[in-house]
Design a protein around this ligand. Structure first.
Ligand SMILES: Cc1cc2nc3c(=O)[nH]c(=O)nc-3n(C[C@H](O)[C@H](O)[C@H](O)COP(=O)(O)O)c2cc1C
Length: 376
């Protein structure tokens, strides 16, 4: 595919893969797509390790990095990051609620060494889910020449970050869930918009992809490229996205079921068993609405008597340790990981190569079908 965007970013197939897993990023990119590593679960040191590994394995191809820059967050937690144990800022009521929930379910605490490891990961990752945390990740990403795109989620990126990225001639993108977001992001200097419909896994709004994509293309007056995201896992949907005027698609959930994914066998099984309607929007994971698998862990926070949600990063710090305990105990009834509605299409393990091949094959069939409709 030869478009201005493909020329600038150096991909052959307009399939962008969002993943927290470096193997997925590498395999998608090597298959001609464009891999984007979600950095929000890493601290700067770990991100450096991941990016170095990608640089070494991606065969010289360009790839991207995604950071979360929430517009609403706990300012005290941001100021204290790296100085105080952020657990101390989580109210006792919230800790007690989570502890009671897990204790009543008989989900044990993690062994001490694992707890320390998870704790460190959470503090560096979820603990960094603030603008300052994102700045540290952007600094790290910009030290890698093959990083040609940096994408920001959860709001228009602050001007200093936009300036810093553009000064390096790296493309800057942003996710949006409403046309108004796209207008603000374009005004802030964003050069690529990911229009993400409610079907998506992860933080997501209320407008469906089919409605949102044309709205966003109109809102940015077709001046900057728009990728379609949310619910896309097959070639016919890629064809639909291109037909709407999108410059490509951006997928997240589909990679979770691949051999390369970061999920273990128990977690993948939970994904394969889930139906589309099991992927619900809840605030338990980060304090903002995330589409994720429904379980007791997501639902208990919705019930009367549950404490109010905390702002990022504190809700995420509390949630992630509980999630790690549910995974360790292999308790599917308490397992709520982000997943979009297309989780209902995933029934057994695939590989990135297979997904890429099947999507392109069905894309071509769909384009031919559309052509033959016109010829008829
Ligand atoms: C497990 C998971 C984690 C995600 N984490 C992030 C994130 O950290 N930053 C981000 O911009 N988007 C994140 N997303 C959303 C993706 O970038 C993407 O927009 C979404 O997955 C597309 O919809 P789909 O899940 O239906 O493919 C996540 C999605 C999933 C499934």
């Amino acid at each position: 595919m030869r478009t201005a965007l493909a020329e600038r970013l150096g991909f052959d197939v307009p399939i962008f893969a969002f993943s927290h897993c470096r193997d997925v990023v590498v395999e998608v990119t090597k298959a001609g797509g464009f891999g984007v590593l979600g950095a929000a679960t890493f601290g700067p040191e770990q991100l450096e390790v991941e990016l170095k590994w990608i640089d070494e394995h991606v065969g010289g191809r360009p790839y991207g990095v995604d950071v979360i820059i929430p517009s609403k967050y706990d300012t005290k937690a941001e100021a204290e990051t790296g100085k105080t144990d952020l657990h101390d800022l989580i109210p006792a009521e919230h800790k007690a609620f989570m502890e009671k929930l897990l204790a009543e379910a008989g989900i044990p605490e993690l062994p001490e060494d694992e707890r320390k490891h998870v704790y460190k990961e959470i503090m560096e990752g979820r603990g960094a889910m603030t603008p300052d945390g994102a700045r540290r990740l952007v600094d790290t990403a910009l030290r890698h020449e093959q990083v040609r795109l940096i994408v920001s989620a959860l709001g228009a990126p602050p001007p200093d970050i936009v300036e810093q990225i553009r000064a390096k001639n790296v493309m800057i993108g942003a996710l949006c869930g409403k046309p108004e977001h796209a207008v603000r992001q374009k005004a802030a200097g964003v050069e690529l918009i990911v229009a993400q419909g409610t079907e998506a896994g992860g933080h997501t709004g209320e407008i469906s992809t089919l409605v949102l994509v044309p709205q966003v293309i109109d809102a940015v007056e077709n001046d900057i490229p728009v990728l379609a995201a949310g619910g896309i896992s097959r070639g016919s949907q890629v064809a639909a996205a291109l037909a709407m005027g999108a410059a490509g698609v951006w997928c997240g959930t589909i990679w979770l079921g691949t051999q390369e994914s970061e999920l273990n066998a128990f977690e993948k099984e939970a994904m394969f068993r889930a139906r589309t309607e099991d992927a619900v929007r809840r605030r338990a994971r980060t304090g903002k609405t995330v589409r994720m698998l429904k379980s007791r862990l997501s639902e208990a926070w919705e019930e009367p008597g549950a404490p109010p949600y905390l702002l990022p990063p504190l809700q995420g710090i509390l949630y992630n340790e509980a999630h790690a305990r549910a995974v360790k105990a292999e308790r599917a009834d308490y397992y709520s990981f982000p997943a979009g509605q297309c989780v209902g299409n995933m029934t057994s393990e695939t590989t990135v190569k297979q997904v890429m091949y099947e999507m392109q094959e069905e894309l071509l069939q769909s384009l031919e079908r559309m052509g033959s409709i016109l010829d008829a």
